[in-house]
Each structure stands twice: as C-alpha cells, then as structure tokens.
Design a protein around this ligand. Structure first.
Ligand code: GRF
Length: 203
C-alpha cells in the first residue's frame, strides 16, 4: 500500500510509521511526506530517509480552499492508497475530506469523543480524568469526530503536568498509529454503513 503522510511539526508519528514500514512490520511504503510549513523536523528527517518531501506553506494561501486544492493536487501526484495526518495542525475543508473519504486518517491526542480540539492534556487534567490517551480515526468534515479505528490508553498520575501527560500519550501514539498503519496496509480496516469500524482479525 502507498501512504502519503501530512505533518506540521516534529513528525514523530510519521517517523514511527516510516520505521514500521522499513522494518517490515507494516507492509506499506511512505511515498511522500508533505508539510504545511517550512523548517519542520519531520520534513528534515524524512529527507534523510530519501522519502520525497514537499512543503505547502498554508501562509502562502488566502483561503483554506486554495491551500487544500494545492495540497490535494500534490498528494494525488503520489497516488496514495491512504493519506495519514500525523501532527498535522490545519483544519481541512469538507471538499478535501470528501475527496479522500474513507482513506483519510488522523491521530488525536485524547480518547475521543472526550477532549476534541487543542490542549487536550490540559483539558484532561482540568477535568480530573484518571485515564487518557490517543485516538486514530477516519477524518470526517466534523473536526476530531470521525469513526474510531483504534485507541491507546494511559493513566493520569497525581503529579502530572500537561507536558508529562503529553509525553506519556505520545509514546502510546507511536505504538498505536503504526499498528493501525499495518492494518490499513493489509486491507483489514472496514468502515461500516453505521460508521463503526471493523478490523479483520481483531477481537
Ligand atoms: C502531538 O501533540 C501528538 O500528540 C499529536 O500531534 C502532535 C505532534 O505529533 N498527534 P508529531 O510528533 O508531529 O507526530
């Protein structure tokens, strides 16, 4: 399977997926990494792996539609089976989401539907939840809302700060996203009519 991964920053989730593909754990090829801004660690690292990279600076575009149109044109030159958002910090337009319906995936650092949006770890601490984690889901036009494919869970500890909690969640993201990537590569992930997700071979 062919993956294009979109990043906006350090790209640690992208790196985890690339390394899973390189080790054979995931039977896919990351055919390109695209970033929404220049000077990101993710792009720099991907280039060291001889993965094609492109930067589409969102600041170059007057509207979300214009940005999404150029982004989609570049994505389509790589003919991906799936487009994976990994630390991608732009809200995508409904037209873009519709263009990749059923093959656009995101990871969000909370146990959705809890804590959509930003600053999820501060939200979790403020609510005093005792478990937290990450969610890999199909992207729909509603932000942080789509059908859930997998989640990873971490405990919230008494002295946690947003930073300590974020680090614990990020480590689990690096387990869950490559696992989902391997399921996608094997064609095992099915989006049901009722918007539930079924994964072949997973109880
Ligand atoms: C992290 O906060 C992660 O939880 C979320 O996006 C941010 C950056 O991730 N998914 P990455 O290191 O760029 O993959």
């Amino acid at each position: 399977a062919r993956f294009v991964i979109l990043v906006s920053g350090q790209g640690s989730n992208m790196q985890a997926i690339v390394q899973a593909c390189q080790s054979g754990r995931c039977s896919a090829e990351v055919v390109a990494v695209l970033a929404s801004r220049a000077q990101t660690g993710g792009i720099t690292w991907a280039a060291t792996q001889d993965i094609p990279t492109e930067i589409v600076p969102h600041t170059d575009f007057a509207t979300r539609e214009a940005f999404d149109e150029v982004l989609a044109q570049k994505i389509d030159t790589y003919a991906p089976d799936y487009v994976l958002l990994a630390g991608f910090m732009r809200v995508l337009t409904p037209a873009f989401v519709a263009r990749y319906a059923g093959r656009l995936i995101n990871i969000h650092p909370s146990l959705l539907p809890a804590f959509p949006g930003l600053h999820t770890h501060a939200q979790a601490l403020a609510k005093g939840v005792q478990t937290h984690g990450c969610t890999v889901h199909f992207v729909t036009p509603v932000l942080d809302h789509g059908p859930i494919i997998a989640q990873g869970v971490v405990p919230v500890l008494a002295r946690d700060t947003p930073e300590s909690l974020a680090a614990r969640v990020l480590a689990v993201e690096h387990q869950v996203y490559p696992t989902v990537a391997s399921w996608l590569a094997e064609g095992r992930v099915h989006l049901c009519a009722d918007q539930r997700v079924e994964v072949d071979g997973v109880e």
